[in-house]
Design a protein around this ligand. Structure first.
Ligand code: G3P
Ligand code: MG
Length: 348
């Protein structure tokens, strides 16, 4: 009922158009730019008045500042950090709960991801490599780092000493680069009494001791490879399956990112701020969401009442003229620029 109401309301009162673009499969394929991407964004910037847009990705592992710099370089167009929403961006709201508690940050390039958490205000974090360095037998199949690498993974025990301090939560910020270590360490922490990883945890009656948060749960995503790649959701399924095999109970997870409502609420606030930055009148936005993943981009947009466009440059590869059977988009388009042109050509 919500989307219908929102759309009906939208048509009855004046609205301004706005866009939320997915990144992987819509603007980029790995490090390669999708040919129509730059043109599509330029049209919005050059439109009079300009049309606000955000880049709404389930990816992450770097700061919004760095992501904006990377995208600006690749697309040759200025993207501001305030226009970038990654899977973990709305997790900043967890700082009030965990800012000064031990947080195990998982995924991406360890220290870089930890730095993202730090910029959000999580001050007592550790990464799975820290626990491996502290006690290599925690996952004996991981190669011991060389001296050069050791420097990179070194950490200060006074910040977080596993023998002394408790992990209060696990936050998976991005795709795991080392599923073996990460799954083992997450299982250890999840079942650690009071979040203390020291001691024998494999006793009967294991229960979840620590909450776990995921920045996204895309089973697959789209890069240069011809078929979709396993994403953070793949890691989540593997962890959940192992957790339930070991404990006999279901792992309770909180998930951010598309298609979850919390991310759309965050995104709509960011879009309104972007509209204000562009000097647009303060009125409701009619948001057009362009994505390649029916399960996240289209399902999420539809549930939130945004108009949805499914491109054929990423995960979705249905035959021409067909829509996704489970989460049909409002429009199926060849590429991102077709979506933008459709909106711009509508009578104002
Ligand atoms: O790791 C990135 C992937 O999960 C999805 O990215 O931009 O398609 O939401 P995106
Ligand atoms: Mg995508």
């Amino acid at each position: 009922p919500v989307p219908v109401f929102r759309r009906w309301l939208g048509s009855a009162s004046p609205t301004s158009p706005a866009f939320a673009f997915d990144i992987d499969g819509v603007l980029l394929k790995g490090k390669r730019v999708i040919p129509q991407a730059k043109q599509a964004l330029m049209r919005l910037t050059e439109s009079s008045p300009p049309i606000p847009y955000i880049l709404l990705t389930n990816g992450g592992g770097i700061t919004e500042q760095r992501k904006a710099e990377q995208l600006s370089g690749l697309l040759d167009i200025e993207i501001l950090p305030s226009q970038v929403i990654q899977g973990h961006s709305p997790m900043q709201s967890l700082v009030s709960q965990y800012g000064n508690k031990g947080v195990l940050v998982v995924g991406g390039d360890g220290r870089e991801t930890q730095n993202v958490a730090k910029t959000y205000g999580f001050h007592r974090t550790l990464i799975p490599e820290d626990l491996h360095r502290w006690e290599p037998s925690i996952w004996p199949f991981k190669r011991t780092p060389t001296a050069a690498e050791d420097e990179r993974v070194s950490y200060n025990l006074s910040d977080f000493d596993p023998a002394r301090d408790a992990v209060a939560s696990i936050m998976v910020f991005h795709d795991s680069r080392d599923w073996g270590t990460d799954i083992q360490v997450c299982l250890d922490v999840l079942t650690a009494k009071g979040g203390r990883v020291v001691g024998d945890r494999w006793e009967s009656g294991l229960t979840q001791q620590v909450p776990i948060y995921f920045a996204a749960h895309d089973l697959v995503w789209s890069n240069e490879f011809p078929s979709p790649r396993l994403g953070q959701g793949g890691f989540k399924v593997a962890l959940e399956t192992l957790y339930s095999s070991l404990t006999g109970s279901e792992l309770k997870c909180t998930v951010y990112g598309k298609p979850n409502r919390v991310t759309y609420e965050f995104a709509e606030k960011v879009l309104h701020a972007e509209a204000r930055r562009l000097g647009l009148p303060d009125q409701p936005l009619h948001v057009h969401a362009v994505g390649d993943n029916p399960n996240s981009d289209i399902a999420g947009a539809k549930a939130f009442g945004w108009e949805s466009y499914l491109v054929r440059t990423g995960i979705f590869k249905g035959p021409p003229g067909e829509n996704d059977p489970n989460h049909p988009a409002d429009h199926v388009v060849e590429h991102v620029d077709e979506a933008v042109l459709q909106v711009l050509s509508r009578p104002k």
